[in-house]
Design a protein around this ligand. Structure first.
Ligand code: ARG
Length: 591
């Protein structure tokens, strides 16, 4: 068992002895923010004391009297208003590392109670190129899916593409009148975008065109074969373009139902909401009013327009219903930009009303958590929304090409002697890694400035820096002429064990303790949907490794010390690789 879990269980037992009726699920142990005070900390007792009007320091000392963690911790300390600080014994640290070298864990546990989590991300729109706005959703969502899966949860990813709605009226008009087949073949999304823009402009200037588009839309919604055929072709072409990008990014979806999947359900849903007294008619439209929800009071939600059309939110409600039915999730996470905050507040609120009104929904999904993991914009170096030099929105495919080209230049300057195919492969991994990391590193809710130089730098908190740190560790093994089986032996307790007497240098201990926090970091990412926690953890790991490597000779150390240091190197490399993989970033052995 990992030390923090051991402490947590013992602490929960001690709390139970003092406060038998308390809820222990919130009695948690976290890394201590300042290593001066210890390795782990719990602030749970303060909340328990507050809720019972007890003196928190008194409660802490009562719990401490019942707490026995002496096998793995030094004397536990009460600090401040009632924190408990724990410092690991070196022997416990050694044991945890030893278990990791034996492959028993990589410093994280699988969830004791796995949850079913639906992640709705990427979700671009058919007949439009994916732009950088979708990149954040794709990269963040994929990282969250990877993190939750790694922790043993059941994850279902659903790409909710925009494949239904008004734009198809305009697109069908364009398709029938202006389509250039050759252009469509060469660049399907480019041609569809051209058609859309052309007819959109025409419809602004001429009401007749707008009428035409409306008529085409009605035909499509009636499922006229010709219209359905055009629509299907546009959808297929778009999906195949999207899948090229997903393949390149290493992103997979379990489902791509898309908005069209719910169309037939929308009228029933509206009727249901009317029957439950949640929606009502107003000026010809069907509307949900939120008189009882102060922040939404001014924002009624139209679920059916007066012309009979449905809205984005109506589809989201139907989607929610479908997902609950199909997968019985404990949690649904939507990853979109911050401009959709109001939309999701409305959808979630309607859903909660609906659940209260509808006993079937209520009993089925009592613990369901709905979360909007929203993010800020990507800005150009001028601080304005990120655009190409000519002012167009940047297309994702072009962006990825440029990343690889720039990386190739850097790699070729550094390693002119490597064969070209290898340089290209390194450039691919480094270029894509840099773009992804730049997206994951900032707090997702803040805007960030897109800077090639910054994200591709080999120094600083970047993907190339971490990828490089990984190759440096690998090169230690190469220089020592260790091969895989011998490395495995290093980690095998029977032939050579990692003994803490041999890991005495402060830099070694700091590195080892940081390794132990990998799982807690992953859990925090999953809890708050914040991959930046993992980025910063890995950056710190690379820094602690550097400090260790500068102060502690590895290959030149006497054999026993050398072996345990090699094991530490190997564990660091494995955590770096696993951590980067969880961010969706690949590694190479040499760069
Ligand atoms: N297609 C939408 C857009 O491009 C994003 C959809 C997000 N998911 C959802 N269930 N509403 O803005």
């Amino acid at each position: 068992m990992l030390p923090h879990r051991h402490i947590e269980l013992r602490l929960q037992q001690a709390v139970r002895a003092v406060l038998p009726e308390a809820d222990f699920s919130a009695v948690l142990v976290r890394p201590c923010p300042d290593p001066k005070f210890g390795d782990y900390q719990s602030n749970a007792l303060m909340a328990l004391a507050r809720a019972r009007k007890l003196n928190p320091r008194q409660l802490a000392s009562d719990v401490l009297a019942k707490l026995d963690v002496s096998e793995i911790c030094e004397q536990v300390e009460i600090a401040g208003a009632g924190f408990l600080n724990f410092r690991l014994k070196n022997s416990a640290l050694a044991q945890a590392l030893q278990a990791a070298t034996r492959g028993e864990h990589l410093f994280f546990d699988k969830a004791a109670q796995p949850r079913t989590v639906v992640i709705d991300f990427s979700s671009p729109n058919v007949a439009k190129p994916m732009h950088v706005g979708h990149i954040r959703s794709t990269i963040l969502g994929d990282c969250l899916a990877r993190t939750l899966r790694l922790l043993g949860h059941r994850v279902i990813t659903d790409n909710h593409i925009g494949d239904w709605g008004l734009q198809f009226g305009l697109l069908i008009v364009g398709w029938k009148k202006h389509l250039k087949r050759e252009a469509l073949q060469a660049d399907p999304l480019g041609e569809m975008e051209r058609l859309y823009k052309l007819v959109f402009a025409a419809s602004q200037a001429d009401a007749k065109v707008l009428d035409e588009a409306r008529q085409e839309l009605v035909e499509l919604q009636r499922r006229e074969p010709e219209h359905l055929g055009i629509w299907q072709e546009m959808r297929d072409l778009s999906l195949s373009q999207f899948s090229t990008i997903y393949h390149r990014l290493g992103v997979k979806f379990d489902h791509t139902y898309g908005e069209s999947h719910y169309h037939a359900r929308l009228e029933f849903l509206v009727q249901d909401l009317i029957a439950e007294g949640i929606a009502r008619e107003s000026e010809g439209a069907i509307v949900v009013f939120f008189e009882d929800v102060p922040p939404l009071k001014e924002h009624p939600l139209i679920i059916r327009k007066s012309d009979g059309g449905f809205n984005y939110a109506t589809t989201d409600l139907a989607t929610l219903e479908f997902r609950l039915d199909s997968w019985k999730p404990d949690e649904i996470v939507y990853v979109t930009d911050g401009r959709q905050q109001l939309h999701f507040q409305q959808v979630f609120t309607v859903f909660h009303k609906w659940r209260q009104a509808n006993s079937e929904l209520r009993t089925q999904n009592s613990g369901l958590k709905l979360a909007h993991a929203w993010f800020g914009s990507i800005l150009g170096e001028d601080g304005k929304p990120f655009k190409t030099r000519s002012g167009e929105t940047v297309k994702l495919a072009d962006l990825l090409d440029e990343a690889e080209e720039r990386a190739l230049k850097i790699v070729s300057e550094k390693n002119p002697d490597l064969p070209e195919a290898q340089r290209r492969e390194i450039a691919r991994v480094v270029g894509l890694g840099a773009v992804k990391y730049a997206d994951l590193l900032p707090n997702r809710q803040s805007d960030y400035v897109f800077s090639w130089d910054k994200m591709l730098a080999l120094q600083g908190n970047t993907a190339p820096y971490l990828q490089y740190a990984y190759t440096r560790i690998k090169s230690i093994f190469r220089r020592g002429e260790f091969h895989e089986p011998e490395i495995a032996k290093v980690g095998d307790s029977r032939s050579s064990s990692l003994r803490i007497e041999k890991l005495a240098a402060p830099e070694e201990i700091a590195l080892a303790k940081h390794l132990l926090n990998f799982g807690l970091t992953l859990e925090a990412v999953a809890e708050e949907y914040r991959p930046n926690f993992l980025c910063n953890y890995l950056f710190e790991l690379a820094g602690k490794f550097t400090a260790f490597y500068e102060n502690c000779p590895v290959l030149k150390a006497e054999p026993a010390v050398r072996d345990s240091r090699l094991a530490l190197c190997d564990l660091t490399a494995r955590v770096l690789k696993q951590g980067l993989e969880t961010l969706g970033i690949e590694t190479v052995e040499q760069m």
